[in-house]
Design a protein around this ligand. Structure first.
Ligand code: HEM
Length: 415
């Protein structure tokens, strides 16, 4: 394969952010798995081995908000700086020792038992949404439905709100605030207006969650109240860390899983033979979910900052440089997965994907996400053969962080 030239990369990165990252990542991976992108002044890491190593390397730091905050003009420190300061308390943007301390406390409240208690609620919501989908497909077979925005968002959102003690009717407002916050997370947002909006959203979220904690609406202690009470190794969280953890859980627990539901429906609807295999043996649901997570991973890249100069895969990384590590590319690495572009629910090692990351920041909510995906797709088994994708190559979100189509339009398959 031809080496990827740096001057080509600048243009192709635009495509990575939108339509088709795979060809570009394939080329980089085979040529230079640790690659410097001159225009965006960032490293792109693409092989399974290098992404896994990088996510475990303590020289690659997660706290990029501090660097951003310190680079702000003095007049922005009071507003934008305060927002970034709050984001610094998100465990996903922390390094040790703070990360270990915060994660241990949150883990005490976010236990497997807490997740399992949600199973009936998840099933009820999935059934309701699948029944609604079927009804609409039957009543108006030719009318497209946006599965991402009309169906997928209606499952993880209410579940995480229930965990946190947020009443379901408030969740749209709550989610709108978190969407504002997401705009600064990719690290490409230089627009001051965006930061102003983010600041307003974070302030509203802080006020809202403070009330949730005070009211403990869950009765037997919602997750927010438990975060206040939880202690690990004698450590508790500060009020700001409790609020930040609540916002992070809502943010991480809603969007990512909804996107994976949509990516999974797209994968299955375009592979009817795999749907037939799954319907013939529904015990393969866990394997199917792992293959969905591998084949069309939501997380295109996670971001790190180089903490100190070091050499890696023949490249010299310098302190302060940005590093994009791509689970999506790692999960299509032929060195790990045979014929990686093939979607195959019988793949023996699909679970070796790193769609949930790896290392100290391994996704804290992966057991909840897996449960939601397994239940949703199990409930969808009889519906999947009747679905038709309206535009399988429709617009993808313009982002180097998330892989999802802006909308996933489906109709009833004409038989
Ligand atoms: C971290 C993916 C669902 C909570 C991560 C990371 C990835 C990821 C790749 C690592 C980020 C990094 O290394 O910088 C996903 C995917 C999901 C999903 C693909 C859905 C299919 C969830 C859910 C929750 C959640 C449902 C919670 C309710 C978190 C948290 C972290 C995290 C709190 C930060 C962990 C840490 O920094 O120690 N997730 N996630 N995620 N995820 Fe998820």
């Amino acid at each position: 394969m031809d080496p990827v030239q740096t001057e080509d990369v600048t243009d192709i990165l635009g495509d990575v952010c939108t339509q088709s990252p795979y060809a570009y990542f394939d080329a980089l991976r085979s040529h230079e798995p640790v690659h410097w992108n001159a225009r965006h002044r960032a490293w792109l890491i693409t092989s399974h081995a290098a992404v896994s190593e990088g996510l475990r390397n303590p020289k690659l730091l997660s706290n990029r908000m501090k660097k951003l905050r310190e680079s702000l003009a003095p007049d922005k420190q009071a507003t934008v700086g305060r927002t970034l300061r709050l984001l610094e308390d998100w465990m996903v943007f922390q390094d040790n020792p703070d990360h270990k301390r915060v994660r241990s406390v949150v883990q005490k409240a976010f236990t497997p038992q807490v997740v399992l208690r949600l199973e009936d609620d998840i099933r009820a919501l999935a059934r309701e949404q699948v029944a609604l989908l079927r009804r609409r497909l039957q009543q108006e077979p030719g009318k497209p439905i946006d599965l991402l925005n009309e169906i997928a968002y209606e499952i993880p959102g209410p579940i995480i709100c229930k965990m946190l003690g947020v009443p379901p009717e408030d969740r749209y407002q709550f989610i709108a605030w978190t969407e504002e916050v997401s705009s600064v997370i990719g690290g490409f947002a230089d627009d001051p207006e965006r930061y102003e909006k983010t600041h307003a959203a974070v302030t509203s979220l802080e006020a809202y969650l403070t009330t949730v904690i005070a009211q403990d609406r869950g009765g037997e202690g919602n997750l927010m109240a438990q975060l206040v009470a939880a202690e690990a190794d004698g450590e508790r969280l500060s009020r700001s860390e409790v609020i930040a953890s609540g916002i992070l859980l809502l943010f991480a627990g809603n969007r990512t899983t909804s996107c994976m539901i949509a990516n999974g429906v797209r994968a299955l609807a375009s592979h009817p033979e795999q749907v037939a295999l799954l319907r013939a043996d529904p015990t393969r649901i866990n394997a199917a979910v792992e293959e969905i997570l591998r084949w069309e991973s939501h997380t295109k890249a996670t971001v790190r900052i180089v903490g100190e100069d070091f050499e890696w895969h023949g490249q010299q990384l310098r302190a302060g440089q940005r590093v994009f590590l791509s689970p999506l590319s790692a999960n299509r690495d032929p060195a790990m997965f045979e014929d990686p572009a093939r979607f195959d629910i019988g793949r023996p090692n699909a679970q070796r994907h790193i769609a949930f990351g790896t290392g100290v920041h391994l996704c804290l909510g992966m057991s909840l996400a897996r449960l939601e995906l397994r239940i949703f797709f199990a409930e969808m088994l009889d519906t999947l053969p009747h679905l038709q994708l309206v535009d399988p190559d429709g617009q993808w979100l313009s982002s180097i962080v998330s892989r999802v189509q802006r909308e996933l339009w489906i109709t009833a398959r004409s038989s």
